[in-house]
Each structure stands twice: as structure tokens, then as C-alpha cells.
Design a protein around this ligand. Structure first.
Ligand code: ADP
Ligand code: ZN
Length: 714
């Protein structure tokens, strides 16, 4: 195996490298240190796996999570690559077997946890091996600045000291500038070249919904995506249980997952999810860290994460295979307050609290954004985007603004007249003129503003007040039970010097309706066939996975199945052209998938497979396959008249159409007789002829008869 491109094709079945992968590989092959920053699913692993296969020697991979290690090794082995891991889960004999293959040079990649690395003289032993490259996965764990510091990682600096000539590659999906620098220092590779790929994940759709009717929305969302695996992230354990129960009641295979469950139960749930036996996991953030499942098709946040990094990492667990995946974040003002309280009550030192609050604020800005969300998100990661993404809710459904100055004045005036002592609920009650006990008690029903906002519903007011806060036309005192306060902008609004423009409120139901109007895009025949085949291939993948006791995505990713359903390979050459089918996988699974495809093709007319060709030609193909008019019309979802006109056209062009299959000689004679009587020609309107025969023959028959006659005259 001589080039990196060949390795990529042979082992992984991919035709080309993604941006930066080739450069990174060249760089480390030349013996240099590197830092690789790519989003989850960006394709980091290839960056050290390909060099590992090109090197005569061993590549050491430091990885913090046993589950992740296991998955990666399993995936490598499925691709026919000699890889192994050493961690506490293995027995002595297994370990000595691995050690032997590492020493005799047959092993290409060895995964090891830092804990293991620094016990039992492992490091010394490793130094005696022919190590060509060290990859430090999840390298942000070495830094106290990162969000997931692990003390064992702190000792990794010895690697460079002990093996100064072995290049180190640090990989991570999340690291700000400070953390990045710290990682390099900690690993003793201060001059390593830093490769940063775009953090954009265009295959992930982004959406934020007001946090109302959450469970109802989730059930609908899941129902719209049958069999598609997904994760619902919740803030509390209780939440995870409630949501899972709700989904189960709706007949969905869902399970909750949180740190309160015994370890073995958690492992079982995780495993079932990997194997597509559980469709939905409702989890606290405890879930997902060690998950490499590439076919997670959606992620929902039941409540808002505390910062953009976490949010991005969590939604990043969807669509690792690059296939289209959806994300949905629920957001409510109350969620924000809960998060604020959590920070305020935490044990953090004041300056850390301040940072956390600032990060939370950025998250809020994202949730409330009224411009393309991807632009907001990527700007957070210092990436400039000049185009809207067309794959977020804002792009798909831009907000409608209106002049809300009077609405704002009504609200502000209620706040003034109650001496800035009331919070949201009371403001709304006053505006809507509710006669509740508290109102009477405070004699608020006597103020001039009482009842002036009856025309708006409760939820509308709540939404507009929130928007006013966001716009800064009033303030909120978090330390005084969240009562509203006026500021200079408020007075400008009250005096009519400043206009207030708000986004028109749309209720949950209204938005659902809008979504429904937007969504249905008619699938064409070709897409329907592709989906049907995908489903059969998916089932076969599941069968194979169960036989071999591995997760389905290790057999083939969704991206590979989708490409396969598209290309419909039935020969070795064609099969190897499918993205993700390398030699080893071809040998193991190729034949069974091809058989499935062949069987499938037998059940549908051959011609529809190559749909997309000219519509008349398509009819011709079906005709040649011997289908009757009714069948052709059904397969094509066209009416029979159209099919007749296609056949007439083909006949005219001189194609071998046996027209007498569609019209009897007698019918022909009768129609032509009438045509001669009234002097009708093919180019004339057909109606007079139709009426001359009292509607005895349908238009398409008449047209066909005239076509035959004309052709025979030539
Ligand atoms: P990361 O470690 O950055 O989260 P992975 O290395 O797991 O991402 O890669 C994500 C997915 O992309 C995997 O399914 C992988 O096989 C696939 N992938 C990586 N590189 C390529 C490539 N050049 N062409 C096609 N698919 C790729
Ligand atoms: Zn967008």
C-alpha cells in the first residue's frame, strides 16, 4: 500500500479526503507534531489512522474513555485493520496476546487509557517498541481550562520527554484559544502546527422552539422520524424519566438514562441504543460522552444548555456520518432563570461565576436570534459566514416584525403606575384586566392601565415582554423577584421618542401549522424506491450486526447505506464504488448486500430504477418490459390518457410499438370511418369527432387511431 489515497480507498472505502485531512497526514508523516481541531464528526480519526497504516511500526492512541476506545477498535477491525486496546476491562491473557502482536509488529494501532499508561511500567515497555506516532484524542482533557479536565491527562508531558523523536498529534473538537495553547504546552509540543477546520456542520439543521408543550412536540417530532435514532437531553433526572415515559406511552421505544442508574443498567441501555434496539434515549448530559454511534439522526434539548460549547458538542452527536440530521432546542425565559440560579448558587469563585454568566448570555443570544442561527453559532467560534444557511428555522421561516410602540407603552405604563414593583405575571394580569385577589388587594384594578391590553392573549404578552427585555427597553431586577424596572430607553418609549419593533407572536399551533405547510415535498418515484431499498438494507445490516454481536453502524454507516441505495450496486466493481465500502467490508458483507439489492430490483420494474430519463422514454421502457397500460399508468402515477399519448408519439417516431395491443381493428375502422365522414384530421381538435360518435370512444383511443392512420398514409 503506497499512497495515502490508496489506503483511504482500500481500508475505508472513501474516494477523497475531507478538507485538511490530507495536509495533516502529510505533515505528521514527515515527522512533525500537530494539533487537529475539528468538530465532532469532522473526521479526525482518519488523520492518525491513515498514517498508522502507512508507517512500518505502531501508532499509539491515548483515549480517555473505555467505551470510545472499544468502538473505534471495533470499527477498525471491521475494516480489516490490526487494532487493539488495553484497558482495565481486559483479562491478563488477552493483554499478553495484544502485547505480543505489538512487539512483533503485526499490530498497527494500540489504544490505551492514560491510567493504564502510567501503571505497571507500561510506559517503559512502550518506549521499547517501534512507535511511529502518538495520537492524543480528546486532548482538551489535559487542560484545566478545557471543560473536561482529567488529572490523569496532566502527566502526558512525559511522552515527549521519553520519546522525543515520535511525533505527537493532539486532537479535540472543542478548545478555545487559551485551552489550545495550554494543550500544546502540557503535551510538550509548543511549536506544533495547529490545523483548524471549519466548525460548520451543514448537515445538521438547527431550530429553536418556545418551551411550551414540550412533550407533545417531542412526540410529534419522533413520530415524524420513524426508526430514526435520537437523543433528548434533559436538565434533571426526573425530566428524563418523564419524557421517556411520555414517549413510551406513545408507543416509541424510549429509555431514560442518568447517573442515578446502576452502572450495569446504564451500560445495557447504551448498548441497546448502539444496536438500534432503543430508538430514543432521554438523558442528562451524562450520556453521550463515550458514544461514537454515527447514525444518531436527531438531538433535542429539552432545556437550554449552559453555554454554546456544550450545546454544540451535544447537537454534534447527531449526524456524525455526514447525513442530514435535525436538532431542536426548547427555550423559555424560565429555563434561563433556572440556569442563572444554578450558577449563582454554585460554589464557584466570583470571577468564574461571571464567566459562566457571560457564557450563558451568549447561549441566550443564540436561542433568541432572529438572524440565521448558523451565523450566530459560527461567529461564536470566530468563524465568519457571509451567507444564510437555509437550514435553520430562522432561514426557513423568517420572523415578521411590526411596530409595537403602543403595546410597549401600555406595558411600561403599567409598570410606572405600580411603582416598578411587579413582575411578569402581575403586569399581564393588570394589562388583561384580571380580577384576581392580589390585584384587588393592591388596588391595581383602580389604575388607569388596568385592562388596556385585553386584545392580546396571555402568551402573547409574555412573549412581547420578553422581547422588550431583550431589546433593552426595560430592565429586570433578578435580585428583587424579577420585577421590571424602567430605564432611560423606557422613558423614551413612553414619551413617544423611540419606536419599538417586535417580532409578531405566533403560537405553538400556528407554528406547527406553518411547519406542516412547509414540509411536505412530494417524493418522486426514484426517491421512493431509494427509501424502500434503504429500509431493506437497513434491516439486513441489523441482522448482520446481531449475528456478529456488533452495532449496526459498524457494519456500514447510514451514509454508506444511503449511497448504496442510490447506486444499487450488483457487481464487485460497483459495490466498491460505494462510499464506505472498503476491501475488508466488501469481503465480509458485499455478497449479502448485493443479493438483497438484486432481489429488490426484481420486485420493481427495471426501468424505474433508472428514472430521471425522459418521460416518454420511460414509458417506452415499461412498454418494452411488457407492462399493460394500466400498470404503466400506476407505476408512473400518470393517467392513462398521458400514457396513450406517449405511445402514440413513440409509434409516430417509428418505435416498435404494437399499437394493436391498445386498439382493436374494429375500433380503428369505426373511428376512422367517422373521421372521414366529418373530415377530421389528427391536428384538429378531437371534440367534434368524439361527439360525432356520441362519446363511444375515449379521447386517447381516437388520438391513437388518427396517429395510426396518418402513419399508414406516409
Ligand atoms: P470525529 O472523530 O472527528 O468525531 P470521525 O473520525 O469519527 O469523526 O469521522 C466521522 C465520520 O466521517 C465517520 O463515519 C468517518 O468514517 C467519516 N469520514 C471521515 N473521513 C472521511 C472521508 N474522507 N470521506 C468520507 N467519510 C469520512
Ligand atoms: Zn440559517
Amino acid at each position: 500500500m503506497s499512497t495515502k489515497e490508496q489506503v483511504l480507498k482500500h481500508y475505508f472505502g472513501y474516494d477523497r479526503f475531507r478538507p485538511l485531512q490530507a495536509e495533516i497526514i502529510e505533515w505528521v508523516l514527515a515527522g512533525n507534531d500537530a494539533m487537529v481541531l475539528m468538530p465532532t464528526g469532522g473526521g479526525k480519526s482518519i488523520c492518525f489512522q491513515v498514517p498508522a497504516l502507512l508507517h512500518q511500526g505502531l501508532t499509539l492512541v491515548i483515549s480517555p474513555l473505555i467505551a470510545l476506545m472499544h468502538d473505534q477498535v471495533q470499527a477498525l477491525q471491521a475494516n480489516g485493520i490490526a487494532a487493539a486496546y488495553i484497558n482495565s476491562t481486559l483479562g491478563a491473557s488477552e493483554i499478553s496476546e495484544i502485547e505480543r502482536s505489538a512487539r512483533n509488529g503485526t499490530l498497527k494501532l494500540l489504544y490505551i487509557s492514560p491510567e493504564k499508561l502510567f501503571t505497571g511500567g507500561y510506559l517503559t515497555w512502550l518506549c521499547s517498541l517501534n512507535i511511529k506516532l502518538i495520537a492524543v484524542d480528546e486532548s482538551h482533557c489535559v487542560s484545566v481550562w478545557g471543560h473536561d479536565f482529567r488529572p490523569e491527562y496532566a502527566q502526558l508531558s512525559v511522552l515527549k520527554k521519553q520519546m522525543p523523536h515520535v511525533p505527537i498529534m493532539a486532537l479535540t473538537a472543542t478548545a478555545d484559544r487559551v485551552t489550545r495553547k495550554d494543550i500544546l504546552t502540557q503535551l510538550g509540543i509548543p511549536d506544533a502546527k495547529v490545523f483548524i477546520s471549519s466548525f460548520d456542520r451543514p448537515n445538521l439543521s438547527l431550530a429553536v422552539e418556545a418551551g411550551r408543550n414540550r412533550l407533545k412536540t417531542i412526540i410529534k417530532f419522533v413520530a415524524e422520524r420513524p426508526r430514526k435514532a435520537g437523543i433528548v437531553y434533559c436538565l434533571s433526572r426526573k425530566n428524563t424519566e418523564q419524557v421517556a415515559e411520555g414517549l413510551q406511552k406513545a408507543g416509541i421505544k424510549a429509555q431514560f438514562y442518568h447517573a442515578g442508574l446502576p452502572a450495569n443498567e446504564r451500560a445495557t441501555i447504551q448498548d441497546k441504543f448502539l444496536r438500534d434496539d432503543i430508538q430514543v434515549i432521554c438523558a442528562t448530559i451524562a450520556f453521550g460522552m463515550g458514544i461514537d454511534k454515527s447514525n444518531v439522526r436527531w438531538v433535542i434539548h429539552y432545556s437550554m444548555p449552559s453555554n454554546v460549547e456544550s450545546y454544540y458538542q451535544e447537537i454534534g452527536r447527531a449526524g456524525r456520518d455526514g447525513e442530514k440530521s435535525d436538532t431542536l432546542l426548547f427555550y423559555s425565559y424560565n429555563d434561563l432563570l433556572v440556569r442563572k440560579d444554578m450558577i449563582a448558587q454554585s460554589e464557584l469563585p466570583p470571577e468564574m461565576k461571571e464567566i459562566q454568566m457571560a457564557k450563558l448570555d451568549r447561549m441566550k443570544q443564540f436561542a433568541e436570534a432572529e438572524i440565521c442561527r448558523r451565523r450566530v453559532l459560527l461567529s461564536y467560534f470566530n468563524e465568519e459566514v457571509t451567507e444564510d444557511c437555509h437550514n435553520c428555522d430562522v432561514c426557513r421561516n423568517p420572523p415578521v416584525r411590526f411596530d409595537a410602540s403602543i403595546i410597549a407603552q401600555k406595558a411600561l405604563s403599567a409598570i410606572v403606575r405600580t411603582n416598578e414593583k411587579i413582575a411578569m405575571t402581575m403586569v399581564i394580569d393588570i394589562l388583561r384586566g384580571s380580577n384576581n385577589r392580589k390585584i384587588i388587594e393592591h388596588r391595581y384594578h383602580e389604575i388607569k392601565t388596568f385592562g388596556v391590553g385585553k386584545e392580546l392573549r396571555n402568551e402573547e404578552w409574555a412573549d412581547y415582554l420578553q422581547q422588550m427585555l431583550n431589546l433593552g427597553v426595560m430592565d429586570i431586577a433578578y435580585d428583587e423577584q424579577h420585577v421590571y424596572k424602567l430605564n432611560t430607553s423606557s422613558w423614551a418609549v413612553l414619551r413617544g421618542e423611540r419606536k419599538v419593533s417586535l417580532v409578531r407572536f405566533r403560537s405553538f399551533d400556528e407554528r406547527q401549522l406553518e411547519r406542516e405547510v412547509q414540509v411536505p415535498k412530494e417524493k418522486n418515484k426514484r426517491e421512493i424506491i431509494k427509501d424502500e431499498l434503504f429500509e431493506r438494507l437497513r434491516q439486513l445490516r441489523k441482522d448482520i450486526a446481531d449475528e456478529r454481536d456488533i452495532p449496526p453502524f459498524v457494519v456500514f454507516s447510514d451514509a454508506t447505506l444511503s449511497d448504496m441505495a442510490q447506486k444499487k450496486p450488483i457487481s464487485e466493481r460497483e459495490m466498491l464504488e460505494v462510499s464506505g465500502v472498503g476491501e475488508a467490508k466488501y469481503r465480509q458483507f458485499g455478497e449479502r448486500f448485493m443479493k438483497e439489492i438484486r432481489d429488490f430490483l426484481k420486485t420493481i420494474p427495471k426501468s424505474s430504477v433508472s428514472a430521471g430519463i425522459d418521460t416518454v422514454q420511460y414509458t417506452y421502457q415499461l412498454y418494452q418490459e411488457g407492462h399493460a397500460i394500466e400498470e404503466i399508468s400506476m407505476i408512473r402515477s400518470l393517467n392513462q390518457t398521458t400514457i396513450y399519448s406517449h405511445l402514440a408519439k413513440l409509434y409516430e417516431e417509428g418505435k416498435a410499438i404494437d399499437v394493436w395491443r391498445f386498439i382493436s381493428r374494429n375500433e380503428y375502422r369505426e373511428i376512422m370511418g367517422a373521421a372521414h365522414v366529418i373530415g377530421a384530421k389528427k391536428t384538429d381538435p378531437l371534440k367534434p369527432l368524439y361527439e360525432a360518435m356520441d362519446g363511444k370512444y375515449e379521447y386517447h383511443k381516437i388520438r391513437l387511431a388518427l396517429t395510426i392512420w396518418e402513419k399508414e398514409q406516409r
